[in-house]
Design a protein around this ligand. Structure first.
Ligand SMILES: NC(=O)c1ccc[n+]([C@@H]2O[C@H](COP(=O)([O-])OP(=O)(O)OC[C@H]3O[C@@H](n4cnc5c(N)ncnc54)[C@H](OP(=O)(O)O)[C@@H]3O)[C@@H](O)[C@H]2O)c1
Length: 269
């Protein structure tokens, strides 16, 4: 019997790559993001290429009501979710006090609240069936404070921590939870977050396809924490021998985008 994966943020970047991997393994899909036309085109392509059923649910996860609406739509269509991929997310670069507060709260809603909400709505059925996989898109950013992306880094600390805790609670249930922790990756994230010109991205970013493959394999294997790339792994080890003060200063330098520092606008970048 075919299984179904729900992928949030499937219209671009890692979510799109992950949707392709599920389809290549003949899993049906529910594709979620705001840009419906992109999701429709992806659904049509995956169906044509792999013969899978791909359902599009256009939703803004920055709106508090969206997770319940998605769950209701799944229920109405009789779709059970076997793989939940909470991937949608975004960042904003700049000093907290200079950035648009409304947009930062929207980030908390998308990166944290909607992720928890969807997990709470969809995972009890997995536990009841004693079968399921959860992939939450955390980040290497979640392992330290991130001056000039303070809310984003904190949001990923939440995702990493929540997922590890959940994975422990789910031991022996037949359901696994994986915290995927990419470092800088070449997707639309850099442009959306205003971080593409930061030192972090200039030092080097991984292509999206191998990062998504790494995430997919880690989730299927039920790994709890997955960190792709030697540079990312080494970076985290080096942090452990530094002081907290040093780590804050280095991360600030890596995130620094001059435009963001001098900007007094409320544009969110
Ligand atoms: N790229 C990196 O360097 C990097 C590193 C570590 C972790 N990550 C994480 O990886 C995940 C995927 O990001 P990406 O790199 O693939 O970036 P991306 O190319 O910008 O894709 C982000 C996806 O999230 C969706 N999304 C954003 N806001 C949304 C909202 N309000 N409602 C519904 N969907 C929304 C976007 O779809 P729509 O715009 O169509 O809604 C898009 O499909 C994020 O959680 C990000 O934090 C990225």
């Amino acid at each position: 019997m075919s299984k179904t994966a729900l992928v949030t943020g499937a219209s671009a970047g890692l979510g799109l790559e992950l949707a392709q991997l599920f389809a290549a393994d003949k899993h049906d899909l529910v594709l979620v993001a705001r840009r419906r036309e992109r999701l429709d085109a992806l659904a049509a392509r995956l169906t044509a290429q792999h013969g899978v059923t791909a359902t599009v649910i256009a939703a803004d996860l920055g709106e508090a009501a969206s997770p319940q609406r998605i769950a209701d739509e799944l229920g109405a269509r009789g779709i059970e979710i076997d793989f939940l991929v909470n991937n949608a997310g975004f960042g904003i670069t700049g000093a907290f006090v200079e950035l648009d507060l409304r947009r930062q709260l929207e980030m908390v809603q998308v990166n944290i609240t909607s992720l928890v909400h969807l997990t709470g709505l969809l995972v009890p059925a997995m536990v009841a069936r004693k079968s399921g996989r959860i992939l939450n898109m955390g980040s290497t950013a979640g392992f330290q404070p991130g001056p000039f992306m303070s809310v984003y880094y904190a949001s990923k600390a939440f995702v990493n921590s929540f997922t590890e805790g959940l994975a422990y609670e789910l031991r022996g249930s037949g359901v696994t939870a994986t915290a995927m922790c990419p470092g800088a990756t070449l997707t639309e994230f850099g442009e959306v977050s205003g971080n593409a010109r930061s030192r972090l991205f200039q030092i080097g970013a991984m292509p999206a396809a191998p990062v998504a493959r790494f995430a997919y394999r880690a989730m299927m294997a039920g790994k709890v924490v997955a960190i792709p790339g030697l540079r990312n792994k080494l970076g985290l080890q080096i942090q452990r021998i530094g002081t907290r003060k040093m780590v804050r200063a280095v991360t600030a330098r890596l995130n620094r985008v001059d435009r963001a520092l001098t900007s007094r606008t409320s544009s969110g970048t």
